[in-house]
Design a protein around this ligand. Structure first.
Ligand code: 13P
Ligand code: ZN
Length: 270
């Protein structure tokens, strides 16, 4: 059996959460990440039939029965993952009912998966129906996106258009736009269902006055998605109180669509 700490998925997970912390997106235990693994990918690093504990998920996600996830722990600091990955991360398999997580590695202090596990699992299930290559769901608390939800309309079209206008590359990186949920109680199945619903039409979902969710085919892509939206929000927060003299016009956004072969969300451009 190979050392799981050398597995490419583990190395990439540790690097990514460390980078998220350095970006200031994950204060204290803020944020959580889940990475869907292929059985064959995970098996090389695991004991056969080595279920350490069975942890009730608290919801049912039969679409993901038998699937493996590397996931951050609840209450764990991203800052510490690189020093003690086996305490702060866990590798779990959803059982045949999709109602329990079987712990196969990690959470060695008796801990468990993030309190946002419902939103993660339901979002994975939602994204997989749209993109079978989706592997990552990432949640964090980037300051500028969060700040924007205090001063900008939460209308999804308006929110998306503002971000697209802040940096030329935004429409290329997230042509499907950004969906927005109003403030809701976090850590619940209700916010999980609502997030998954929003994930049907976009890979970014803002949780007003809380943070953002991103989904993508790998950790790099998902990190880059949030990084790009957060950069746009940062520019918005720098200019929102100043008289606007120039912007990126809809005509120019259409030129970007053509040049980069992307289609902006239907009805979002004039
Ligand atoms: P966890 O520590 O349970 O992952 O919660 C952090 C968080 O960001 C809640 O939304
Ligand atoms: Zn959060």
């Amino acid at each position: 059996m190979k050392d799981i700490l050398t597995a490419p998925f583990m190395v990439e997970m540790i690097r990514t959460v460390t980078e998220m912390y350095r970006h200031g997106w994950d204060e204290r235990n803020g944020g959580n990440v889940s990475l869907l693994l292929d059985k064959s990918e995970a098996d090389a690093y695991l004991e056969e039939n080595g279920v350490i504990r069975t942890i009730p998920a608290g919801f049912s996600c039969p679409e993901l029965a038998g699937r493996y996830f590397l996931v951050t722990g609840t209450g764990k600091y991203f800052k510490n993952v690189q020093y003690a990955p086996d305490v702060n991360l866990g590798l779990v398999r959803l059982d045949d009912t999709g109602e329990n997580a079987e712990l196969l590695w990690g959470f060695t202090d008796g801990g468990k998966f993030t309190s946002e596990f419902p939103a993660h699992m339901m979002s994975h299930a939602a994204r997989l129906t749209i993109d079978p290559h989706n592997r990552v769901v990432m949640h964090c608390h980037p300051a500028n996106l969060l700040a924007m939800t205090y001063v900008h309309s939460l209308d999804e079209r308006e929110f998306t258009r503002t971000l697209w206008q802040m940096c030329t590359e935004c429409i290329v990186v997230f042509p499907d736009g950004v969906n927005v949920l109003p403030w809701m109680l976090c850590g619940t199945s209700e916010i999980g269902i609502a997030t998954a619903g929003k994930m049907q039409t976009a890979r970014l979902v803002v949780w007003s006055q809380h943070g953002i969710y991103g989904a993508g085919k790998d950790l790099d892509e998902t990190f880059g998605l949030i990084e790009t939206a957060e950069k746009a929000a940062e520019i918005y927060m720098k200019i929102a109180h100043l008289p606007l003299v120039n912007t990126i016009t809809d005509e120019q956004l259409h030129l970007l669509e053509e040049r980069f072969g992307v289609r902006a969300r239907e009805g979002y451009l004039h």
